[in-house]
Design a protein. Structure first.
Length: 126
């Protein structure tokens, strides 16, 4: 019985981690046109005390920023360029889809464990 309850905790922590990932992907997409914006990355690790999934610190992608040519922009230098963002919408959409699928998988595991625990409780009541 304890294993069923623990599996609920594991899958819930996975859903929380993927929800955090989706929040950062949404921030990246919304700031794709913000000059000087570095894309946020989230990492996952296992909490060894509980065995659950936890999110690590948010880091910034330090890859080179896109150089945008727009002489009319107030941020442009004497050559008419300014630093854009390093957000690639294709990568962000792929990350969002992967996080969504992982969230759904954890949700199915959670629901399955919940149904199994509920069935066990009904058997024990008889």
């Amino acid at each position: 019985m304890a294993d069923l309850i623990q599996s609920l905790s594991y899958s819930a922590s996975g859903m929380e981690a993927q929800a955090a990932r989706l929040r950062h992907v949404a921030e990246n997409i919304s700031n794709a046109d913000t000059p000087g914006y570095h894309r946020k990355l989230v990492s996952f690790h296992e909490d060894f005390a509980t065995g659950e999934v936890a999110t690590g610190p948010v880091t910034l992608d330090r890859s080179q920023l896109a150089l945008v040519f727009d002489p009319g922009n107030p941020l442009a230098d004497e050559t008419g360029h300014y630093d854009g963002s390093n957000v690639d919408l294709v990568i962000e959409i792929a990350d969002a889809r992967e996080a969504q699928r992982s969230y759904e998988a954890n949700l199915k595991i959670f629901d399955q464990a919940r149904q199994m625990a509920q069935g066990l409780f009904e058997l024990l009541r008889r």
